[in-house]
Write a protein of this length. Structure first.
Length: 149
C-alpha cells in the first residue's frame, strides 16, 4: 500500500467517525457520552470476530457451496439475536447460548460506551472478541499446513 492510499484510508475512517457524531448529535439530538476512539476500536474488534467466525466455519467444510449453505442461517440468527431482540426477552437457554455471539457483546459494549460514557475498565469483558479471532487463525493455519502436506 502506498503512502497516499494509507492517508486516504485514514481520512475515510475519520470521516466515518465524524458521520457518527453528526448523525447522533445533529440529526437525532442525542450527544455521545463516551469515547469515539474506544467505540472505533470495538467496532474493529467486532468485525474481526465476525471474520474469524467465518474463517472458523470455513475450516470445517470441504467446498464453497457447503460453506454458503452453512453460513447463511448462522449469520441470520447471529445478526438478529442480541441486536434487534433484547437479551432479557429470550428464553433462559437461548440467553446462555447467545453469550457466545459477538453481536450480543458488541451491542452491550456500544450501549455502555456511547450512551452511558463508560470506559474500558467497565466494559472490558465485552471486548474479548479478539479471542475468537486468535483461535480461528490458529485453526486456519493448522488446516493450511495439513493441506500442504
Amino acid at each position: 500500500m502506498t503512502h497516499a492510499e494509507d492517508r486516504l484510508r485514514n481520512r475515510r475512517a475519520a470521516v466515518n467517525l465524524a458521520d457518527l457524531r453528526l448523525a447522533t448529535k445533529d440529526v437525532l439530538g442525542v450527544s455521545i457520552a463516551g469515547s469515539l476512539a474506544l467505540f472505533a476500536g470495538e467496532v474493529a474488534t467486532y468485525l474481526s470476530s465476525i471474520m474469524s467466525l467465518s474463517t472458523k466455519i470455513a475450516t470445517h467444510v470441504s467446498s464453497m457451496s457447503r460453506l454458503a449453505l452453512l453460513v447463511l442461517p448462522v449469520f441470520i440468527i447471529l445478526s438478529f439475536m442480541g441486536s434487534t431482540t433484547p437479551l432479557e426477552s429470550m428464553p433462559e437457554t437461548l440467553q446462555r447460548i447467545m453469550q457466545f455471539s459477538p453481536s450480543t457483546h458488541f451491542v452491550s459494549f456500544a450501549q455502555a460506551v456511547l450512551y452511558r460514557g463508560t470506559g474500558l475498565d467497565v466494559v472490558w469483558q465485552d471486548s474479548l472478541g479478539l479471542l475468537f479471532f486468535g483461535l480461528a487463525l490458529m485453526r486456519f493455519r493448522r488446516m493450511l499446513v495439513q493441506n500442504q502436506a
